[in-house]
Design a protein around this ligand. Structure first.
Ligand code: AP5
Length: 230
């Protein structure tokens, strides 16, 4: 499906990207949101903005994120509830990195019900752990537009410079090798149980994320465009 084409239908629900760090959630979620013209809601990006602005939330989250642990639900849930209450979310949105605990998923179910949305559509990015270290340590993001690259797999045309807007490409502090292991551990312990949580409701769709970006994207677009009524 060409990205230039407009979608036939509206999204009208929440799409959730679930998968370990480095599985490609951000890369794919951004494209899907752009295509349906709905917000891409990355709780990681929101928290990093709080950290950069040194808000009270950012000051609490910073050391936790630097250790590769999850920020407590009490801090994340309020931030998410406020965001999806904004008018640009009325026709659906794409979550990237939320929910991440069963408590977050239960809270989200209540929020969606209250706002008249049906059950979310969950894309589960399936990938062997062995490829994640290279993806994460090789990731670079544009300081201006947030475009994601990988120095090994998806390099920019010019070293350290974004192809789109010429912005400087930077490495996330939590992509250092020593922080990747605790992040993967947090995923296994706290987030992986969500696979069963959503599978029970028939809301989960497995996607093999260990393929070329374009192939993964094609499958996700096909799944989402066929989701209506499910
Ligand atoms: P967050 O920002 O959400 O990070 P994450 O879940 O660890 O996921 P990543 O952003 O690292 O990876 P991704 O799956 O998006 O992969 P990407 O597309 O970038 O969270 C950061 C921290 O914030 C957490 O540790 C926690 O502390 C806190 N936090 C956030 N949300 C929270 C919540 N809800 N509750 C509590 N705490 C929360 O791709 C990775 C690399 O691979 C890139 O270089 C990309 O170019 C490359 N790549 C992507 N796809 C492919 C492909 N198909 N082939 C080859 N390379 C590829």
């Amino acid at each position: 499906m060409a990205l230039e084409e407009r979608p036939v239908g509206k999204l009208d629900r929440a799409v959730i990207f679930l998968g370990p760090p480095g599985s490609g959630k951000g890369t794919q979620a951004k494209e899907l949101a752009r295509y349906y013209a709905v917000p891409h809601l990355s709780t990681g990006d929101m928290l990093r903005e709080h950290v950069a602005s040194a808000t009270p939330l950012g000051c609490k989250a910073k050391p936790i994120m630097e250790r590769g642990e999850l920020v407590p639900d009490s801090l994340v849930l309020k931030m998410v509830a406020e965001r999806i209450d904004r008018p640009d979310c009325f026709h659906g949105f794409v979550f990237d990195g939320f929910p991440r605990t069963v408590a977050q998923a239960k809270y989200l179910a209540e929020l969606l019900k209250r706002q008249g949305f049906r059950q979310p559509f969950v894309i589960h990015m399936v990938i062997p752990t062995s490829v994640l270290m290279k993806r994460l340590t090789g990731r670079r993001s544009c300081k201006i537009g947030g475009e994601i690259y990988n120095i090994y797999e998806r390099p920019p045309k010019l070293d350290g410079v974004c192809d789109n807007d010429g912005g400087e490409l930077i490495q996330r502090p939590d992509d250092r090798e020593e922080v990747v292991a605790p992040r993967l551990n947090a995923y296994e312990k706290q987030t992986a149980p969500l696979v069963q949580f959503y599978r029970r409701f028939g809301a989960l769709h497995d996607v093999n994320a260990n393929r070329k970006v374009e192939d993964v994207q094609r499958e996700i677009f096909e799944l989402v465009s066929g989701m209506r009524g499910r």
